[in-house]
Design a binder for this molecule. Structure first.
Ligand code: SAH
Length: 407
């Protein structure tokens, strides 16, 4: 088997079970592996450390499949990993439910993440389930190498009717991979699927939507916002297809104004409100840039009781953190100003390059600049079907704070 030899003293992170080998740690590669091929990883003295997927272009030169010297990386290996990921979801209450007939009362959703990449021991592989359809994202050379095997195993393990590929995330370019989208397995009836989540029906456009179609990671936070919304005037910034809006309206909000730049997302959001028979006279939709809209609201002296800020990733990596920090601070400062005393700000960052401590600092300095006193009353994170392996802290990408503006 081809092998990758590390420079002296560069095996520390692997000994702590962190799955990444950076290019700077690599002394030499033997055996001329192809992109994605499995290589043995050895320290400078030639001792075996791990078996990993080789990625010649990426800064992350290899991603570990297994730390067990007796474990081969083959179809059986992937079958075991997929099965284990499914079992863990089942323990959390995420299992497939019949797509026809009555929904069992205990079932909160039929859309959840089955495989969360490194945190499920499968670097580069993301699989989301929407009812009886699976959507796969392959993000690395390693997951691409095994794509056909993974597709067969996923169909076998889940009994899904179709598997669609959405490998069009920007990060693929860092691995030297071109985008790939299309049907991988099964029969595809419609790009638009109806899922349900905590009592609401939601249209998901798997072909044209963001990521695999929907932000499953915010599920528990959407429910939380629904619980806070009763009688409140709500401003939902970066609303996408209406996630937080629907839950706020169903939770008895007095009004919800939802803002997004995407006309397509807003159109689907409106349809989602209609299909749940939510009161249209309480819902307003605005196609606008949030940075501009918040300034306009400030100049108009408008105010709200509950504001949600769920922007896109401003800083995918630490390199963009400074510019991203300015963006986060700007919208949080304006939101604090637009909040009524006693009002609630629910603010998020999904940037890998900004950790929880830094995000809290940014929000604190936003409040300071706004001349506002506020308290953090809750810390929020990604839903439990997006787990974080303890040895892979990078897996904890979604940070949220619930703040109350003091009188
Ligand atoms: N909260 C949503 C997900 C938000 S995703 C949910 O729970 O489903 C981020 C959204 O921000 C996307 O819909 C994108 O179209 C929108 N967006 C990106 N930049 C924006 C900007 N400057 N102003 C307004 N919306 C923006």
């Amino acid at each position: 088997m081809p092998a990758l030899f590390l420079k002296p003293e560069r095996e520390k992170s692997l000994l702590r079970r962190h799955p990444w080998v950076f290019s700077g740690a690599v002394e030499r590669v033997s055996g001329d592996p192809r992109p994605g091929e499995t290589v043995d990883v050895c320290n400078a003295r030639g001792q075996w450390l791990a078996r990993a997927a080789y990625s010649p272009v990426s800064q992350i030169r290899a991603r570990v499949w297994t730390f067990d010297p007796d474990e081969a990386v083959d179809a059986d290996f992937f079958r075991r990993r997929i099965h284990a990921a499914l079992q863990r979801r089942a323990v959390l209450g995420f299992s497939p439910v019949p797509q026809t007939g009555e929904r069992p009362a205990h079932v909160t959703t039929d859309a959840f993440r089955l495989v969360h990449a490194e945190s499920d021991g499968l670097p580069g592989l993301v699989v989301d389930r929407y009812g009886d359809v699976l959507v796969l994202q392959s993000l690395t050379a390693g997951s691409d190498f095994w794509r056909e095997t993974l597709a067969d195993l996923l169909m076998e393990a889940t009994g899904a009717v179709a598997l669609y590929e959405r490998s069009d995330a920007d990060v693929r370019a860092l691995e030297g991979l071109a985008p790939r989208v299309g049907i991988l397995r099964g029969v595809w009836h419609s790009p638009r699927l109806s899922i349900y989540e905590h009592g609401l029906n939601v249209w998901v456009d798997v072909e044209r939507g963001h990521k695999t179609g929907f932000y499953l990671d915010q599920r528990t936070n959407r429910k939380r916002v629904g619980e806070m919304a009763q009688g409140r005037d709500v401003l939902n910034c970066f609303c996408y297809t209406g996630g937080f809006t629907l839950h706020a309206a169903a939770g008895g909000a007095n009004s919800v104004l939802s803002v997004d730049t995407s006309a397509e997302a807003l159109a689907l959001a409106r349809e989602n409100a209609r299909q749940n028979a939510l009161p249209s006279d309480r819902l307003d939709w605005l196609e606008a840039d949030v940075f501009t809209a918040l300034r306009k609201f400030r100049d108009q002296n408008r105010s709200w009781d509950l504001i949600i800020l769920d922007p896109p990733k401003f800083a995918p990596t630490a390199a963009q953190a400074e510019k991203a920090a300015r963006g986060y601070k700007d919208i949080n400062r304006l939101a604090f100003k637009l909040l009524r005393p006693g009002g609630i700000l629910v603010t998020f960052s999904c940037s890998g390059g900004i950790d929880a401590a830094l995000f809290q600092k940014i929000v604190a300095s936003a409040a300071l600049d706004a001349g506002v006193d506020a308290q953090i009353v809750e810390h929020l994170s990604q839903a439990p079907d997006h787990p974080v392996a303890l040895h892979f802290p990078e897996g904890a990408y979604l940070k949220g704070l619930v703040c109350i503006k003091c009188d």
